[in-house]
Write a new protein. Structure first.
Length: 178
């Protein structure tokens, strides 16, 4: 099983889409460890504030399948096929880490935003403070400790998510709809 870390963000019907994203991730990957939810200003464009968080899960799925599931979830929750990078989002799911894999395709791993965006690094460091970044070799806790916290303002918000109830006899294929 490979440990994966996924960033979730939304600035359109934020609470609804974050809950829907968590439900979809739970249905696909099973047990999730969930960071606190943070509110942050939009980065790269003027827009409504985002809710952001990071989840971790374990999976036996290959990297390509994980990427496919994340894109499918985004589209199922209103993401447009040709959405611009810096634009409002119903649901944004970014794979941050897939074990300690370092690669450029099919996705860049580790994701660069880990080192540049507080709304990624803080919740990620919260989940795995002793985990070492596979490229820079420092722990996520150290990276967060040294991060310029004035660069991006974040506010933890009260948020509670309860995993959906799945029928105990559902197979993984039934949960995924395959």
């Amino acid at each position: 099983m490979t440990a994966i870390y996924i960033s979730l963000g939304s600035n359109i019907e934020r609470e609804h889409h974050i809950r829907a994203g968590l439900d979809a991730l739970y249905t696909t990957f099973g047990e999730l460890t969930v960071s606190r939810v943070f509110e942050s200003a939009a980065v790269g464009f003027h827009g409504r504030p985002f809710y952001n968080l990071v989840v971790s899960a374990k999976t036996a799925l290959p990297l390509m399948a994980v990427c496919h599931h994340l894109r499918t979830m985004e589209f199922a929750h209103g993401r447009e096929m040709n959405a611009k990078k810096f634009a409002p989002r119903t649901l944004d799911l970014d794979l941050l880490l897939y074990g300690d894999l370092v690669c450029e395709a099919p996705v860049v791993l580790p994701r660069g935003e880990i080192l540049t965006n507080a709304f990624v690094l803080w919740p990620l460091a919260e989940l795995a403070p002793s985990l070492r970044h596979p490229v820079v070799g420092r722990s996520l806790g150290e990276l967060w400790q040294d991060y310029d916290k004035q660069a991006q303002q974040l506010s933890p918000i009260p948020f509670h998510w309860q995993p959906p109830t799945l029928h105990p006899h559902d197979t993984r294929e039934q949960r995924l709809g395959v």
